[in-house]
Write a protein that binds this ligand. Structure first.
Ligand SMILES: *Cc1c(COP(=O)(O)O)cnc(C)c1O
Length: 420
């Protein structure tokens, strides 16, 4: 049997209606921005393999560091033990995070990084002896697929079967100049019950690449600080250069109390999650009373291979060329945007850093929009992986993508606009 038939016999794929989905495409090799199929096609990975890849596929430096670590120590329990890669990575990260971030807690993916952040906040108040259980989040938010992460995500088709089991969350609109005062009053009114405010800074990814102003977020973050409501910046997608700066909250003057990372953390090579926090949160768990411990940990917490790979990705991220590439992509996107934004078939074109999103003017914006499959197949036929969120086509490339490949993608989008 060929690979695809064996796949269909044995595997259940994520976010996939197995009855109607097209057959999966076997990928046998990755190099730079390209993925190679079993039958010899070369595809441009314009969505960084679900937003994780930042330096290109099978990067030789990352591969070397993973190999060296595999020969040294593959894994060790992280309660009661430590290892050099975890310590180096914590120091590396703390050196580039906002100065208020003081401690690094490891887990193994973005959803668990969010779960840990929520538990830190809820238990912070529990340890203080205060009843604060309500969480504030944005409508259309996406924070992951585990139960806590789902609860703080917007209610949608993805959460519908579980809605009655998700804990109560106070949802607010994205801030703008008109509504920000209203949101501030709401926070003030609820503050005695609010444990924390969790948000995707600047861009709501899965919600449809919805973007909002750093200035308006800054006002909300400052207000939370004033009202003693903890803030969690979920930088799982936005971290490590995506928004043009190392972190999305580098665009705001207020700093979050807790931050979540995954995806680009390892350059997209391995699963790893991190929740960082400020000193006051950490201190609230220090006690002779064992009940105040943060009882959370995963088998593969701070896996040494994942940490080694994250350190290698950090080295690459810190190279001046990487930042130049980020700026270059940003500029290319901006040029493309100004040339195309008045197209009659587009309802909106928005761009932040290395991400550009084009919203097709269809009846209603929905993840299940039928234009989605047509566009997906159109680009795939032209050897580009773009995976529209309904009627929203976005490009989120690895930073090593060439201008030629970007131009090719833009050109194919132009053609798609003529066609659909
Ligand atoms: C992808 C994502 C998550 C979940 O990360 P996983 O590793 O897929 O569990 C959480 N928050 C944001 C903002 C994300 O984009």
């Amino acid at each position: 049997m060929d690979l695809v038939s064996r796949d269909l016999e044995a595997i259940w794929h994520p976010y996939t209606q197995m009855k109607t989905a097209a057959k999966p495409i076997p990928i046998v090799k990755g190099e730079g921005v390209y993925l190679y199929t079993e039958d010899g096609r070369k595809l441009i990975d314009a969505i960084s393999s679900w937003w994780v890849n930042i330096h290109g596929h099978s990067h030789p430096y990352i591969a070397q560091k993973a190999f060296e670590q595999l020969n040294q120590l593959e894994h060790v329990i992280f309660a009661g033990f430590t290892h050099p890669q975890a310590v180096n990575l914590a120091e590396n990260l703390l050196s580039i995070l906002p100065k208020n971030q003081k401690k690094i807690f490891y887990s193994d993916n973005g959803s668990t990084a969010v779960e840990v952040a929520l538990k830190m906040c809820l238990q912070y108040w529990f340890n203080k002896g205060q009843q604060r259980k309500k969480i504030l989040a944005f409508k259309n938010a996406y924070h992951g697929d585990t139960f806590g992460a789902m609860a703080v995500s917007g209610r949608s088709a993805w959460t519908a079967p579980f809605d009655s089991l998700l804990f109560d969350v106070e949802f607010i609109d994205l801030p703008n100049k008109e509504n920000v005062e209203r949101i501030k009053s709401k926070i003030t009114n609820l503050k005695s019950e609010l444990a924390c405010f969790i948000f995707e800074p600047l861009i709501q990814g899965s919600g449809g690449m919805l973007m909002y102003e750093a200035e308006d977020l800054d006002v909300l973050m400052q207000h939370c600080q004033k009202e003693d409501v903890l803030t969690i910046a979920d930088e799982v997608m936005t971290g490590f250069g995506r928004t043009g700066k190392l972190f999305a909250t580098d665009h705001t003057s207020a700093k979050a109390d807790i931050m979540c990372f995954s995806k680009g953390l390892t350059g997209g090579t391995m699963a790893l999650g991190i929740t960082s926090c400020k000193q006051e949160i950490y201190d609230e768990f220090l006690s002779d009373d064992k009940m105040k411990t943060l009882f959370h940990g995963h088998s593969f917490t701070a896996n040494p291979i994942a940490c080694a790979v994250a350190n290698a990705s950090f080295d690459l991220l810190m190279k001046p060329e990487t930042l130049e590439n980020i700026k270059r992509i940003e500029q290319k996107h901006q040029e493309f945007k100004s040339g195309i934004q008045d197209h009659p078939k587009l309802k909106d074109v928005r761009q932040t850093g290395t991400i550009i999103a084009l919203e097709w003017a269809t009846e209603g914006t929905s993840y299940f929009n039928s234009i989605r499959d047509a566009l997906y197949n159109f680009f795939l036929d032209r050897n580009i992986i773009l995976r529209p969120l309904g009627n929203i086509v976005y490009i989120m490339p690895p930073y090593c993508i060439s201008n030629e490949d970007l131009d090719y993608i833009y050109q194919q989008i132009q053609e798609a606009l003529d066609r659909f």
